[in-house]
Every structure is written in C-alpha cells, then in structure tokens.
Design a protein around this ligand. Structure first.
Ligand SMILES: Nc1ncnc2c1ncn2[C@@H]1O[C@H](COP(=O)(O)OP(=O)(O)OP(=O)(O)O)[C@@H](O)[C@H]1O
Ligand SMILES: Nc1ccn([C@@H]2O[C@H](COP(=O)(O)O)[C@@H](O)[C@H]2O)c(=O)n1
Length: 222
C-alpha cells in the first residue's frame, strides 16, 4: 500500500512560500572572485572556464573600459586617467557596473546565476563597496588566485601590448599597476586566505597546466 507523505496533501497556499524560498536560494548569484597580478592570466583562464562550465565571466576592467568609451559617460575621463595611472577607480562606479551586468545576465536567463568576477575586489574600497551593495544579495563561494612573479606579469603584458591597444600595457603604467597590486590587492587576498576561501594557483606555467588545476578546484567545489 502506498503511504502518502503529508506534503503531498498540501494545498498551493502551503506549498508556495517553500517554493518561492527555494527559488530565491537557487537564483541568488553565486560568485567566484578571480584575482592575481596584471597579466597573470585571469582573463585567459576565465574564458576557458566559461567554455567548460556554466559560469558568466564579468571582468571589472572590461566593464570600466566599456564605460570609458560609452558616449555620454560622465566617468569616461576619470576612468581613463585611473587606468593609465594603474590606480583603482572609486568603487561607486565599479560596483554599479558589476551589479547591472549581473542583473542583466540573470534577467536574460535566470539559470545564469554563477559568476566569475575578474579583477575585483582590488582594494579595501572595492571590498567595502561590495559588502555595502551586495551583502545578502550574492554569495561569495571562493577566490581563485593566479599567482606569478612580477617579471612574468610584466613580460606577458608587454607582449600583449603589441596588439591589445590597451593604454596601460606599457612599462610606465605596468610599474604602477604592479605597485597597486602589491600594496592594495595582496592584502585583500590575504583577508580571504584567513577565511579559508582562497585557492592559490601557480600561474607561471602553460595555459593548459594552469587550467588543469582550475578544473580540479571547480570539480571539488561544485
Ligand atoms: N599561462 C600563460 N602562459 C603564457 N602566456 C599567457 C598565459 N596566460 C595568459 N597568457 C597571455 O598573457 C597575456 C595576459 O593574459 P590575460 O589577459 O589573461 O591576463 P589578465 O590577468 O586577465 O590581465 P589583466 O589583469 O592585465 O587584464 C595575454 O596575452 C595572454 O595570452
Ligand atoms: N576593480 C577594478 C578593476 C580594474 N580597475 C582599473 O582597470 C585597470 C585594468 O584592469 P584589468 O583587470 O583589466 O587589468 C586597472 O589597472 C585599474 O586601473 C579598477 O579600477 N578597479
């Protein structure tokens, strides 16, 4: 004889709150922060993750560059100066771009709730902005930290600079970007390390060797 679960007899009014709660949990953005020095390979690895897993890649740097070239942007000039100087743009600008991009992604396809947020949070101001605006609205699952020497970072960016057209892929900007990374971003990574949230990857190896480690981490975390 079939024994009926009590829930099977529930009406819609009893079920609905539970369904709504479950949906809101499922659809809460799940975030992986992707950090590392300039040219460490963050964007390259994010592209490979997107090919293989259901993540949406949002690069804070790309969003700022887009905003810089958007006709009528009130922040274009400021962003341009900060990027050339290797300085971190005030978070009020960056967090709004990220939030909008996340919302638009999920509006188009509600199943796209896993995000790789690349190049953020880069300093204390970024982290504070994230906590203020996104607290409770998104879960930060872990941090992928692509670690390699300053020399490798600089060499890769200079090589990329031959064709990237980026205003900051030159030696003068790179010296400043490395300083900003060491002084402002490394302490953020250390904070997440203390929370046990950081997966550190040796990014000085080939793209495929680095990605093999990334895959292992993503398989374990899923
Ligand atoms: N493992 C690797 N070995 C050699 N070259 C690499 C590797 N990963 C990336 N590159 C190259 O180095 C350059 C920088 O890579 P990428 O743009 O992915 O770095 P990034 O960390 O996103 O940089 P940024 O923070 O400056 O935007 C690119 O030209 C890329 O093709
Ligand atoms: N959170 C961030 C991210 C980036 N910037 C500025 O953009 C430059 C390029 O960033 P990449 O991630 O593409 O290397 C970076 O040097 C900063 O000037 C930022 O301000 N805040």
């Amino acid at each position: 004889m079939l024994v009926r679960e009590p829930r099977a007899q529930e009406g819609l009014s009893e079920k609905l709150p539970r369904v709504v709660h479950r949906l809101s949990v499922i659809m809460k953005p799940q975030v992986v922060f992707v950090l590392g020095g300039p040219g460490a390979g963050k964007g390259t690895q994010c592209a490979k993750i997107v090919e293989n897993y259901s993540y949406t890649h949002l690069s804070a740097g790309d969003l700022l560059r887009e905003e810089r070239s958007r006709t009528g942007s009130e922040f274009g000039q400021l962003i341009d100066t900060y990027i050339k100087e290797g300085k971190i743009v005030p978070v009020e600008i960056t967090i709004n771009l990220l939030k909008k991009a996340m919302e638009e992604t999920m509006k188009v396809d509600e199943k796209k709730f896993r995000f790789l947020i690349d190049g953020f949070p880069r300093n204390q101001d970024n982290l504070q902005g994230w906590n203020t605006v996104m607290d409770g609205k998104a879960d930060v699952k872990f941090v992928l930290f692509f670690d390699c020497s300053n020399e490798v970072c600089i060499d890769r960016c200079l090589e990329r600079g031959k064709s990237s057209g980026r205003t900051d892929d030159n030696r003068a900007s790179l010296e400043k970007r490395i300083q900003t990374y060491l002084q402002s971003t490394r302490p953020i990574i250390e904070q997440y390390e203390k929370q046990g949230k950081v997966h550190k990857i040796d990014a000085s190896r080939s793209v495929d060797e680095v990605f093999a480690d990334v895959k292992n981490i993503l398989e374990k975390e899923s």
